[in-house]
Design a protein around this ligand. Structure first.
Ligand code: MTE
Ligand code: MO
Length: 246
């Protein structure tokens, strides 16, 4: 990853600059600290990049319950559902070189990843399901992230208690191999309760970080001006952690 290259370069530059003072006490302390920092940063990144556990198909839960919005009534969602989502479009926009508008057909034709994972909701339930869709990294690379892009915001079609659901993640999770734009659950098109026609899977984080009814993927430099500024519906509304790693 780019960031790993940056850390390696920053570490190397710092160590090189310190060569001359390595003999002094202060110098060796500084070098020690730099090395330590480098190791810790590296460990943090490899942890973040590790895969979430995947399960055999035999472990799939017989019923994957729906939570939060399970049948959006706002906007034109019901109309789109009646059309079997034939006119659904996913916008890829914001700090990208080539904004895109993708149909479900476009999304189904991309290379796909299928993964059987466990979903953990903070409300105290879990379910195992098999999700299929293209990796988010594929879409981001096709759109071409601008260097200023630091976060990916997900916009959703549902309005829950007067606020539009949205979420956001950093680029480590955005480029994680198990972060996919899912259009199938257990080999079937997504049920409405689980986010039809598209929902994110961000497998290294808790349930509320997996937005359903996905309408847009937006690259931004800061989360301050998005929604209430805390990076997500539940973060704004109830002070949930923005980073909900598992
Ligand atoms: N658009 C949208 N995404 C959402 C929610 C929601 O209400 N609206 N609920 C979140 C929460 S808290 C959980 S646990 C999961 C539930 O996914 P499920 O309905 O497929 O079980 O979706 C998350 N994504
Ligand atoms: Mo949840």
């Amino acid at each position: 990853m780019k960031r790993r290259g940056f850390i390696a370069a920053a570490g190397a530059a710092f160590v090189a600059g310190c060569n001359k003072i390595a003999d002094s006490d202060t110098g060796s302390r500084l070098l020690g600290a730099a090395e330590d920092w480098h190791k810790k940063a590296h460990r943090l990144l490899t942890d973040r990049e590790a895969l979430a556990p995947e399960y055999p198909r035999s472990a799939i839960s017989p019923f994957f319950r729906g939570n939060g919005s399970t049948d959006p009534q706002n906007g034109d969602y019901q109309q789109q559902a009646a059309e079997n989502f034939a006119n659904w479009r996913l916008d890829v926009r914001g700090l990208v070189e080539n904004p895109m508008q993708l149909s479900l057909e476009n999304i189904r034709k991309l290379p796909q990843r299928t993964q059987v994972t466990r979903h953990d909701c903070v409300e105290g339930w879990s379910a195992i399901g098999e999700w299929t869709g293209p990796q988010l990294s594929l879409l981001l690379d096709a759109a071409g992230l601008k260097p200023e892009a630091k976060f990916i915001v997900f916009r959703c079609a549902d309005n829950l208690n007067g606020q539009d659901y949205y979420e956001s993640i950093d680029l480590i999770d955005a480029y994680h191999p198990q972060t996919i734009v899912a259009h199938m659950l257990n080999g079937e098109p997504l049920p409405i309760r689980n986010g039809a026609p598209l929902r994110m899977r961000v497998e290294r984080q808790l349930g509320y970080k997996h937005p359903k009814y996905l309408t847009a993927i937006e690259a931004v430099a800061s989360l301050d001006d998005i929604g209430g500024g805390k990076g997500g519906y539940w973060e704004d509304r109830a002070g949930y952690q923005w980073y909900a790693g598992i």
